[in-house]
Write a protein that binds this ligand. Structure first.
Ligand SMILES: Cc1cc2nc3c(=O)[nH]c(=O)nc-3n(C[C@H](O)[C@H](O)[C@H](O)COP(=O)(O)OP(=O)(O)OC[C@H]3O[C@@H](n4cnc5c(N)ncnc54)[C@H](O)[C@@H]3O)c2cc1C
Length: 269
């Protein structure tokens, strides 16, 4: 049992609670199973669920702004997301089961920084930015600099993610793929390609501690791009008993091929 539980209603009240010791609770889909299994401890829990300012999905210039508490279900079904960043809707729709999608949030996934997670790969390819606030002020960090390693992010103990800002892919071509071995479980490999008229980006998650990124020019050579993915996987291998590193590396190459080919075949949206 935590020694204390707080559920602030406003951002200023939340910041007062974030004293460097508090554990933030969003949808609870990661943190609660960990605490139930005795992994880590939380003497003070601060829930984000009562703060309206952390909710909502809205257009902001040429980007889409996701409140940190936007759930996977909301993202999967939102018309703004479908129009401006359809691969994020695809990624959201494939996460876990209905319960996980109804409770889990984009802020929770970003804060946890699990390299294989669907959004982590999609947000990396999309060039997203994370908006972080604390009593010391606010800052915006490029998502590919925010995730530092396996479940390690550039987030201090007194900071909270308030939003994730994603550039629109309108006029570009995109594709997202996930590979999983057990329905409802986290994916083994995720891959996302964003091809804009003047540049593009490929991200592949699950075979390295942070997603592999390959920047693409207006034109790109498929074989050279896949070799770059392969080399990155060899340089920073990641694997476990179920999916060893050589297997993940092979799957990374395979799913990189698939997203690049699918994105190239797409009509620009
Ligand atoms: C059965 C199951 C299946 C799953 N399948 C998938 C899958 O297929 N693909 C996938 O990508 N993920 C999967 N997940 C993971 C799921 O997407 C995440 O657990 C969940 O979305 C994390 O968000 P949350 O809101 O539940 O975060 P929480 O569990 O509440 O928090 C996660 C961590 O982030 C911190 N945190 C949360 N919000 C913030 C914030 N705004 N600012 C700062 N810190 C914060 C918390 O303190 C905690 O350390 C699965 C989870 C389960 C339980």
């Amino acid at each position: 049992m935590p020694a204390s539980f707080a559920a602030p209603r406003t951002l200023p009240d939340l910041l007062t609670e974030l004293d460097g010791e508090a554990t933030i609770l969003a949808g609870g889909m990661t943190i609660m199973p960990l605490l139930n299994r005795g992994i880590g401890r939380a003497d003070k829990i601060v829930s984000l669920s009562g703060i309206p300012a952390l909710r909502g999905i809205a257009c902001s210039g040429n980007s889409v702004r996701f409140g940190a508490m936007a759930t996977h279900s909301e993202i999967a079904s939102d018309p703004i997301v479908a129009e401006h960043v359809p691969i994020l809707a695809t990624a959201a729709a494939g996460i876990g089961d209905v319960q996980v999608r109804n409770r889990g949030t984009i802020g929770g996934v970003a804060a946890y920084g699990n390299a294989g997670a669907d959004y982590v790969t999609a947000l990396t390819a999309l060039g997203a930015r994370v908006v972080v606030v604390s009593r010391r002020g606010s800052r915006e960090v490029a998502f590919d600099r925010f995730v530092l390693g396996l479940r390690r992010t550039d987030l201090a103990r007194d900071e909270v993610i308030v939003a994730v800002v994603v550039p629109s892919t309108s006029g570009g071509r995109t594709a997202f793929e996930r590979y999983f071995r057990v329905q409802g479980a986290a994916p083994t490999i995720t891959a996302a390609a964003v091809l804009k008229p003047d540049h593009g980006r490929l991200a592949v998650g699950g075979a390295t501690p942070t997603p592999v990124i390959v920047e693409l020019g207006r034109e790109f050579d498929l074989a050279a791009t896949l070799d770059a993915v392969d080399e990155a996987c060899a340089d920073r291998p990641f694997g476990d008993a179920h999916n060893p590193a050589p297997y993940r590396r092979a799957m990374a190459r395979h799913f990189a091929t698939r997203v690049l080919q699918r994105a190239q075949e797409e009509q620009s949206c």
